[in-house]
Ligand binder design. Structure first.
Ligand SMILES: [Zn+2]
Length: 144
């Protein structure tokens, strides 16, 4: 992903333009406006002139903050921003989390105590075990 290094990525302005584009997407001619907005979003994401893109973002947020200011609100600071380079890393992190969850699900079964509804974690593959609830000490038999 070398060609993505140093590219600007997506910010709140890009998201705003995409949402705006969705509104224009319905009309027959206004559709072209939404295409244009999409091209701008892609152009900004791949742009390496981060200084200029940041200036656009600052202008945009100051306008939004002026509007929000009338209602006594502000945009969060710092704003969440995602560079395209970070996506493969984010994806790997998410995937390893999913793998861990799946592995965990294979090893354990989560059951609810029939009496107090407390969630209990039991090892899988037991033919017939007597479970003692850790919360209410209720005992019940089950297969996992
Ligand atoms: Zn219980």
């Amino acid at each position: 992903m070398n060609f993505l290094s140093g590219t600007y990525g997506f910010d709140i302005l890009s998201i705003f333009l995409l949402v705006l584009g969705m509104f224009f997407n319905f009309g027959e001619y206004s559709r072209y406006i939404s295409y244009l907005l999409m091209i701008i979003v892609i152009f900004r994401a791949l742009s390496k002139n981060t200084y200029k893109r940041n200036t656009e973002l600052t202008k945009f947020t100051s306008i939004i903050n002026k509007i929000l200011g009338r209602f006594g609100k502000r945009l969060p600071y710092p704003l969440p921003k995602a560079s395209l380079e970070s996506y493969p890393i984010l994806f790997r992190q998410m995937k390893s989390k999913w793998d861990q969850k799946r592995k965990y699900k294979k090893q354990y079964k989560i059951v609810k105590c029939p009496k107090c509804k407390q969630k209990l974690r039991l090892p899988r593959g037991q033919k017939s075990i007597i479970v003692t609830c850790k919360k209410c000490s209720n005992e019940f038999k089950m297969k996992t």
